[in-house]
Design a binder for this molecule. Structure first.
Ligand code: 3NM
Length: 216
């Protein structure tokens, strides 16, 4: 168990990078989000060479320091190359038991799921958290499918013990419904990285989520 894994219980806003949507670039987005108090960053990059990914991932790891969890989307090899804190994988990526065998027991593995059955299986297979998606319709991920609705979160929350990260179409207007329905934290990509002020947006999301949690 790494110290970082204990941080999973404390996360509110979860940054996923998107170089295609970003106004100021991935490194700037990570720097600003971490400065605002974001305690988990997932490097999600599909459009550059493996060599460049490793270089950028190493820089993100430095920006995350000891304060924030640093995960790599999909690419277990890149996570291993830079000694990231773990990976986030999808249903069609490397199977979770294979990823665990490669990464070891100390690393964090998050898995994307879409319903209660997949959430139960993720927990059974040793996922450290699940990403539940897509909560709302989103144009950020073209193949995400239709939103499952915030009301779907409760049944998943009641079925598993590991933290739930909600993703897909989330913004400041609909965050309350997501957190009230049982999400432990949330991702909002376009709502944050399309902004001119990522630090301010991140801080506002964190304040909002913490306020809603304190009222629950
Ligand atoms: N995964 P936005 S939806 C990266 O459904 C990602 O698994 C999804 O972006 C899934 O916050 C998504 O801009 C994009 O809607 C979320």
């Amino acid at each position: 168990m790494t110290d970082k894994r204990a941080l999973l219980d404390e996360i509110d806003f979860y940054l996923v990078t998107d170089s295609g949507l970003s106004r100021k670039g991935t490194l700037s987005d990570v720097e600003k989000a971490v400065a605002a108090g974001c305690r988990i960053v997932q490097y999600r990059e599909k459009s550059i060479s493996t060599k460049d990914m490793i270089l950028e991932a190493a820089q993100i790891k430095t920006l995350c320091g000891s304060e924030s969890i640093f995960l790599v989307n999909d690419r277990v090899d890149v996570a291993l190359a830079v000694d990231a804190d773990g990976v986030h994988i999808g249903q069609d990526d490397m199977p979770i038991d294979t990823a665990r065998a490669l990464l070891g027991s100390n690393k964090i593995i998050g898995l994307t799921v879409h319903n209660v059955e997949e959430a139960l299986e993720a927990e059974r297979m040793g996922a450290d958290y699940i990403g539940l998606s897509p909560i709302f319709n989103t144009s950020t991920k073209k193949d995400a499918g239709n939103g499952i609705g915030p009301e779907s979160i409760r049944a998943v929350k009641d079925s598993i013990k590991i933290p739930i990260v909600a993703i897909g179409g989330i913004n400041k207007q609909n965050s309350e419904s997501v957190v009230v329905s049982g999400a432990d934290s949330l991702v909002a990509i376009s709502a944050v990285v399309c902004s001119d002020d990522v630090e301010k947006e991140t801080r506002e999301f964190i304040d909002l989520i913490q306020r809603i949690k304190s009222l629950k």
